[in-house]
Ligand binder design. Sequence first.
Ligand code: DHB
Length: 301
Amino acid sequence: MVSLKTEVGGVILERPGMVASGIMDETGPSMVRMLENGAGAVVTKSVGLSPNAGHANPCFMEVTSGYVNAMGLPNPGIDLFKEEMDVAVPKGKIVGSIYGATPEDFSTLAGRMEDYGACAVELNLSCPHAKGYGMEVGTDPTMVKAIVSSVKDAVSIPVWAKLTPNTHILADIGRAVQDAGGDAVVAINTLKAMVISPEFARPVLSNKFGGLSGAAVKPVGVRAIYDLRTVLDIPLIGVGGISDWRDAAEYIMAGASAFQVGSAIGTVGIDVFDRINKGLEEFMSDYGYQSISSMVGVAHE
Ligand code: DHB
């Protein structure tokens, strides 16, 4: 019998696919809907200390094989987010994604997510365009180490760090997470991108820059997981452009113990997790893999 059960960064998942931060995860009911449709866990939209309206429209655009968005980290703030967590947490595993500018911001937010019943926290160290947040803090290994250490001191739930591909020092950032005691690395967040309207002779998004997600980024994500696997001992979670079981298998064989799906919830639909789970089971049974762990990193052998 093939099993899809996996353990990653201190969390046991009955199914290896999670909802990636930012898609169908801003409200309790939308998170519950994903848990009921085959997701092993849901990562919340990134939440900060205070309410944030986000950027003006246009903030989202479809491009060839993906999306470019700069929502501007919209969220109700950690106090109000309790209402959403109260709805979702009783129904399954919820990972609290948080963003901040300092180690103190992150440790405060992580403590609140732990109080709300999150099974882990995911640190957004990688939004490609948020001023003072995201990759502005997440591309400095010293800062990354300080943030992860401070969160580790503040909570007893597992701490995952989501990293940016927009850097040539990914391995150094990964090592900073591991040295600080981080429980898992999540890779990748979106690629910094831009779309220009020839008619208006201007960038389309109000923020000018945005993050590219979807099928277009998958080979970059697979490469990032493969590279991280060669330098880190802590578990990895693969994300970026996964829409079917083959994409998930690539990430697992590159070294990921679990994976996340975002854009494909839009392009494939709500049943994307059920389809991936079924396809993975068939493939594993045909090729003699009895567990996810027996497939992790086999592309390195
Ligand atoms: C946003 C945040 C992200 O982490 C990302 O990858 C893309 C967009 C945002 O809220 O703008």
